[in-house]
Design a protein around this ligand. Structure first.
Ligand code: NAD
Length: 333
């Protein structure tokens, strides 16, 4: 049988996700949750979702009575993740939650505890971990293909459009770091294969730009890892970046674009020669992500990117903000 997903929040990313169930082997879309009846009607018709499987936020908790729903996929603004993850777990459902997992370490801990108490899986939407070029980069970096890793550079940013919840701190929890810089951080962690022990950061925000009244624009940060790896990371809401490079003693591995929805390109430099490289063809990242949670439910396994991964990023995010605010290095223990 296929695992049944309910998608909560029918915005832009949810639209993309809903279209990806067609590529899944073990997952199917069975229910929708939205505050907008027109969206429930539109997507309900498009994806053949029965009227009894269309929910509002007000009657969300009655999903507990619907055995077709195995997983709730939370694709809401960041500050709403914690509430809906906890309510989904209390309704006895497994949970997929979008990145950033929440807006604070404390919320992440509450979400993990709620899913543990309900004996349900919690996975974070870190789709790049299922993207073939990224999977190959991790394998090559950690097997020493370009020598032991010394430096990682990771840059993510885009020019943010005005008037959206991402620029409203109560809904977003922060600026570019929460939204796009988290890809720089998460990639540095998965490429290094360890957690940073020290962080230093600087923030540059033009507060006269109406987009940045409550959230930051640019924040650059340096991560120091226990093995001696250093990562130099960029997060921006006013310039376009999507790339990383793992630099070892014998060369480097580069992805650009690195964490986009598609179109990844890899180049490898080893012993003075640079060549493009393609990974073996694999399942596309979104379907692989959705099916991974389904397989974890079937086999009772911990997801590769469980709540603890979201929490690990959030601990570093809080340290990055603190370092930028206080103008000094922050140690993570
Ligand atoms: P969006 O604005 O397109 O969608 C947000 C949805 O939440 C909308 O349907 C909106 O109606 C609904 N909503 C409910 N209550 C709301 C409120 N009080 N204010 C605003 N909207 C409210 O945003 P999005 O780009 O789809 O992002 C949603 C989540 O998905 C975010 O957490 C974001 O970080 C994440 N995301 C992840 C990826 C990825 O590649 N993994 C890509 C894009 C977005």
């Amino acid at each position: 049988r296929k695992i049944g997903y309910a998608v909560v929040g029918l915005g832009r990313y949810a639209e993309l996700i809903m279209s990806k169930f067609a590529e899944c082997e073990h997952s199917r879309l069975v229910a929708l949750v939205s505050g907008t009846p027109e969206k429930l009607e539109k997507f309900g018709t498009q994806y053949n979702i029965h009227k009894t499987h269309r929910y509002s936020y007000a009657n969300f908790d009655t999903i507990r009575d619907n055995p077709d729903i195995d997983v709730v996929y939370v694709i809401l603004p960041n500050s709403m993740h914690a509430e809906y993850v906890v309510r989904a777990a209390k309704a006895g459902k497994h949970v997929m939650c979008e990145k950033p997992m929440a807006v604070s370490v404390a919320e992440c801990e509450t979400m993990i505890a709620a899913c543990r108490a309900a004996k349900r899986k919690l996975m974070i939407g870190y789709r790049s971990r299922f993207q073939p070029h990224n999977m190959l980069a991790i394998q090559l970096a950690q097997s020493g293909f370009v020598g032991p890793t010394r430096i990682i550079t990771s840059e993510h940013g885009f020019d943010a459009k005005p008037n959206q919840w991402r620029l409203d701190r109560p809904l977003s929890g922060g600026g570019s770091l929460m939204d796009i810089g988290i890809y720089s951080l998460n990639a540095a962690r998965y490429l290094a294969g360890e957690n940073p022990v020290e962080v230093s950061a600087i923030e540059s925000t033009d507060r006269s730009d109406p987009r940045f009244r409550t959230v930051e624009d640019r924040i650059s940060f340096l991560l120091r890892f226990p093995s001696g790896i250093e990562a130099t990371c960029v997060s921006s809401y006013s310039s376009n970046h999507n790339a990383y490079r793992v630099i070892g003693t014998k060369g480097w591995i580069e992805l650009e674009p690195a964490t986009s929805y598609e179109g990844q390109k890899m180049r490898i430099n080893r012993d003075g020669r640079t060549e493009p490289r393609d990974p073996p063809a694999g399942k596309a990242q979104h379907a692989a992500q959705l099916d991974h949670l389904a397989e974890c439910i079937f086999d009772d396994k911990q997801p590769l990117v469980a709540g603890e991964e979201g929490l690990a990023d959030m601990r570093v995010i809080e340290a990055i903000y603190r370092s930028a605010r206080e103008g000094q290095r922050v140690r993570l223990v």
